[in-house]
Ligand binder design. Structure first.
Ligand code: FES
Length: 315
């Protein structure tokens, strides 16, 4: 199995954390150490199966100064398009892999006087690299992890139970956010990562309580969902490529050997935006404004698709 990318690495260990969660530890494949990663950074892991290639983004759960190895935690998703299945069921210790250099889209706000971290399920992962940094800085923080009752013990095991600032809410129901976000001191920032519903609820609750928008930070874990197949035509090269039902536009471009830009692969960074010359995009990203969506002149290739049968890109 060959996994391509820019940091040669080897799978140094795979631990089962729960029936659906595994931790994968990667070590550099060679004498060089990995680069230092910022807290909350992610890497792209490129997985080459016999019939297709996946490039998935995962938050590093290792402390930022750790250069001897990187680790990620991945949930096996039954409805996934295959990346988590491949990691859980095919990847073995000793396999050679290549990772992208770490990228940071979810940094700790350096001027914040207090930090509130709110995770939902596997959305806890970026906060596992925040915690050692906040503790080392002596920062004022609280962490609230919301999860199903059945997973509460798993997350307590990951986070530890001896820190009164860390709370695992294994309620499974609608998260109660008002008591967490109300009456916080000026200069508090909130960070949330997890399911869309949780992140929306945090943003709406914070807004309702009068939080400034720039004190609310989110890391989207939105995976790409499939859709109706369509044709993409690249005006500059003249290439015409089919985007299949289970592929993203970005994956179809990569599958055709095109070096398309990307960073988060989750609709959050805007690096993959390409100009649209013809056709109607179906926007699924989190970066475009309402006006940009309505104009339909630009598309985030990592998540968005086409409403029309054909899309022509200026690329
Ligand atoms: S790669 Fe980040 S928005 Fe598409």
């Amino acid at each position: 199995m060959i996994i391509t990318g820019s940091l040669p690495a080897r799978v140094a260990g795979i631990d089962s954390i729960s029936p659906t969660l595994k931790r994968f530890r990667f070590e550099p494949d060679g004498p060089a150490e990995f680069p230092t990663a910022a807290p909350g950074a992610h890497v792209l892991v490129t997985l080459s199966g016999p019939e297709r290639v996946w490039k998935n983004a995962y938050s590093l759960v290792t402390p930022p100064e750790e250069r001897g190895h990187y680790a990620i935690i991945v949930r096996r998703v039954e409805q996934s398009r295959g990346g988590s299945h491949f990691l859980h069921d095919v990847l073995r210790s000793g396999d050679r892999v290549e990772l992208s250099a770490p990228a940071s889209l979810f940094p700790i706000a350096s001027l914040a006087r207090k930090h509130i971290l709110i995770g939902g399920g596997i959305g806890i992962t970026p906060f596992l690299s925040y915690l050692p940094v906040l503790k080392a800085r002596g920062a004022v923080f609280e962490l609230h992890q919301f999860c199903a009752i059945s997973e509460a013990e798993t997350f307590r095991g990951l986070l530890g139970t001896d820190d009164p600032r860390v709370h695992v809410h294994g309620t499974g129901g609608r998260p109660v956010l008002e008591p967490i976000l109300a009456d916080q001191p000026l200069g508090t920032h909130v960070y949330t990562c997890g399911p869309e519903g949780l992140m929306r609820a945090v943003a709406e609750t914070a807004k309702g309580l009068g939080w400034p928008a720039n004190a609310v930070h989110q890391e989207s874990f939105a995976g790409a969902a499939g859709g109706r197949p369509f044709i993409v035509h690249l005006a500059r090269s003249g290439q015409t490529i089919l985007v299949e039902e289970s592929q993203t536009l970005l994956e179809a471009l990569e599958g055709a050997g095109i070096e398309a830009p990307c960073l988060c692969r989750g609709g959050a960074c805007g690096v993959c935006l390409l100009p649209v010359l013809d056709g109607e995009p179906e926007h699924r990203d989190h970066v475009l404004s309402e006006q940009e969506r309505a104009e339909g002149k630009i598309i985030a290739t990592c998540l968005s698709r086409a409403k029309s049968d054909r899309l022509t890109l200026d690329y």
